[in-house]
Design a protein around this ligand. Structure first.
Ligand code: IVH
Length: 722
């Protein structure tokens, strides 16, 4: 639909008037329903852009025909009704909304500047207007009330007049000062633009920070950073619990948590962008002349203010800001849905005033939506590097978050089921920042007919191995391990790493090439590599090819724990591999051990035991082991359950610096063989720090905590005496 169609206002006469009234009624009903699902049920049913389109259509009709604007119109409310479970707060100064510029091209900025100039009666020859450009954060508006510098209340916007008292939950946000007074600088350490683009921090004009007024209401946005959101959702998915649709939804849910200890676990952040009630200047309050100075002062009082905030002269600079932020949007650590322009001079703001409930001096200029609706054409299954099977929706191409998306992850079978996704559905697709696109839900009402539910394949689509899902796990996995092409690269890198058999110089780029050209299909192929095959690869000089071959040769002489760890069996880390080797002595004994026998090993529980069994029950995994041995990979096998004395059992060591004779690995192995634990960082529980040349902070930490410090010779002496 073109903007023309949307906003072309017809004359309301006769049938036309009836039709328009009917449309208004429909829009009311639709918008109310969507808003209820969104704000009250926390379950958005349409993408924001859809809501915005309908809202703007209603606004346009009402502007052209004020007689059609009723008091209960959705345009007359600025948010959702407050939830009855929180105490209601009457805002001392109403919390308003800002108008969204309908044209998202750069013309939007020009249109706003044009309106402001017209309202102020300026001629074309008059000077450009100074604006402040801000980011439009995608979170929820919050009013923070400070009395005598102490945070006494935090309230949501609610319907603009009355909000919800969410003070307890807001107090858990570390970025929000609980007390202001002693001047501190703003703390937007996360999103600083490059040096030189920053405006001076803190005090306007280098003057001292104004004293904090007796009553100060700071307004801003509570939001969730993308990485925090992703991590939180990942945890929810692992637990098989409901994940959140987007960071804003998650933030809104956290703010309205009834249990503030749960809210405290939700990682929320805050940016300040305005004021509510403030002690008047006549009574000792601050006298700001501009919005920009006000923001600087908020920063100096300790509130996070986005580093991108900047002044702009006239439409051209607004456009430049819109473009610059648009280009950087994906790299920001949080979602924005646009930018906001505000007239800088507070005197001009007063002169411009308000139109219905929106200030004439501010406008939101949006970017392409990060959520869109499109059709699910199919559901594929992808196999990841660890064997995880991920259902992926194949989509009718859709432009979302600035790119065309044709695939979106459904995460796992349970997420897919919870979201009720079926082939043919209209799905809401979200793509924000560099995060991979995902399906956040479907418009269930629009399902064309009965469609069977999606099922996970029983065999890996890549290699045909059995697909398994462990008890309590949300993810399905291919049990093919080394046999599965999708897992091969990762498996080879894992096998070749320093802590496994160590093949020096066998890096990611080389492995990619080897696997993609099918030179290597299974691990043993590594040891069948010849100079010709290697030198034929891209950017592989003769000399480096020889080096790789030498490194491969060297890696053949290894140890059982390194080999076992190198096989990349799920849940088998270095420590477990060592325990298993010590307990069973030989690889054959481990491969043939029953779950019960495996459970006898120190620190081996049911999950680890089952993982081992699953791995060695696949004939092709045994085949790989056998071939590796045939290629000459060897290790010294020991006696089963060699109960070697463990004189250092219970002692914790930390290693730092370079030792004169032992490598760090060797020192570690020697200590562990004597039963000691080798930890990565120094704490009060550390018994000894062994320090070599160029020891760093671990040494100073040890000295600070009074932990005994040894050099290599002293460590060896200790071992000998033990
Ligand atoms: S100013 C009178 N500035 O956008 C002006 N709002 O409808 C009041 N928002 O939900 C708002 N970033 O929470 C303003 N830099 C910004 C903003 C911003 C996000 C949100 C606000 C409200 C909506 C405005």
């Amino acid at each position: 639909m073109s903007t023309q169609d949307l906003f072309g206002a017809q004359a309301p006469d006769g049938a036309g008037a009836d039709k328009l009234a009917q449309e208004v009624a429909q829009l009311h009903q639709q918008l109310h329903a969507w808003a209820h699902q969104y704000y009250v049920l926390d379950q958005p049913s349409v993408p924001d852009a859809e809501y915005d389109r309908a809202f703007q259509r209603l606004q346009a009709i009402e502007e052209a025909h004020p007689e059609l604007r009723s008091a209960d119109s959705p345009t007359q409310r600025v948010g959702g009704a407050p939830l009855p479970v929180f105490a209601s707060v009457r805002h001392a100064v109403p919390m308003l909304s800002i108008r969204t510029e309908t044209d998202i091209t750069e013309e939007g900025a020009r249109a706003f500047d044009g309106r402001v100039r017209r309202e102020l009666g300026l001629a074309e020859s008059d000077a450009a207007i100074t604006y402040v450009c801000e980011l439009k954060f995608d979170g929820l508006a919050m009013n923070l009330r400070y009395e005598h510098g102490v945070l006494v209340q935090a309230a949501t916007r609610g319907d603009g007049e009355n909000g919800e008292d969410v003070t307890q939950n807001i107090r858990t946000i570390k970025q929000i000062p609980l007390r202001i007074g002693a001047p501190t600088l703003g703390t937007d350490v996360f999103s600083l633009p490059p040096e030189g683009e920053r405006f001076a921090l803190g005090r306007p004009g280098g003057e001292t920070v104004p004293p904090v007024p007796a009553v100060l209401e700071v307004r801003g946005e509570v939001y969730m950073r993308r990485a925090d959101f992703e991590a939180m959702n990942e945890k929810q998915r692992e637990k098989g619990e409901k994940s959140f649709v987007n960071p804003r939804n998650a933030a809104a849910g956290a703010v309205r948590q009834l249990d503030s200890s749960i809210a405290a676990q939700r990682p929320l952040s805050f940016f300040a962008y305005g004021l509510g009630e403030v002690t008047p200047a006549a009574d000792g309050g601050p006298a700001f002349a501009t919005h920009f100075d006000m923001l600087q002062t908020l920063k100096a009082w300790g509130f996070p203010v986005a580093a991108q905030v900047t002044r702009a002269q006239g439409a051209a600079e607004l456009i430049a800001f819109h473009q610059k932020i648009g280009a950087a949007r994906d790299q920001l650590p949080y979602d924005i849905d646009g930018v906001v322009y505000k007239v800088d001079s507070l005197a001009l703001q007063r002169q411009l005033g308000f139109l219905s409930r929106e200030p004439r001096w501010a406008v939101a200029h949006k970017y392409p939506a990060q959520e869109q609706i499109t059709r699910v054409e199919g559901i594929d299954v992808q196999v990841g590097r660890t064997g995880k099977l991920t259902p992926v929706a194949r989509l009718a191409p859709v432009f979302v978050g600035g790119v065309t998306v044709t695939n979106a992850t459904l995460h796992n079978l349970f997420e897919l089921r919870r979201k009720k996704v079926r082939v043919g559905d209209q799905a809401i697709v979200r793509r924000a920042g560099d995060v991979i696109p995902e399906v956040v839900g479907v418009v269930v009402a629009e399902r064309p007919q009965y469609v069977p539910n999606f099922r996970m394949p029983r065999q890996c689509p890549i290699c045909g191995s059995t697909v398994v899902r462990e008890k309590g796990e949300m993810n399905h996995r291919c049990s093919g391990g080394l046999f599965c092409g999708a897992q091969r690269k990762q498996a080879i890198l894992h096998f070749a790493q320093r802590r496994a058999v160590e093949v020096e110089g066998l890096g990611e780029k080389l492995v990619d090439q080897l696997v993609e050209t099918n030179v290597i299909r299974t691990l043993p192929d590594l040891y069948k590599l010849g100079l010709t095959a290697l030198s034929a690869l891209d950017r592989m000089a003769d000399k480096s090819a020889k080096n790789v071959l030498a490194a491969l040769e060297k890696s053949k002489q290894t140890t059982l724990p390194r080999f076992l760890y190198g096989l990349g069996i799920r849940h088998i880390g270095e420590a477990t591999a060592k325990d298993l080797a010590r307990h069973f002595g030989t690889l054959d004994a481990i491969m043939d051990a029953s779950v019960e026998q495996l459970l006898e090993v120190n620190d081996v529980g049911p999950i680890v035991a089952q993982a081992l069994r699953t791995f060695f029950d696949q004939a092709h995994n045994r085949e790989v082991v056998q071939q590796l041995r045939a290629c000459g990979v060897t290790w010294e096998e020991g006696a089963p359950a060699a109960q070697a004395p463990k004189p250092l059992a219970g002692k914790t060591f930390v290693l730092t610096g370079t030792f004169p004779t032992l490598s760090r690995e060797q020192a570690k192995e020697t200590l562990e063989a004597a039963g000691a634990k080798v930890a990565g960082s120094v704490s009060k529980k550390t018994d000894y720090v062994v320090a070599g040349a160029e020891a760093g902070s671990k040494l100073s930490k040890a000295q600070e905590l009074g932990v005994a410090v040894l050099d290599e010779a002293q460590m060896l002496a200790l071992l000998a005496a033990a």
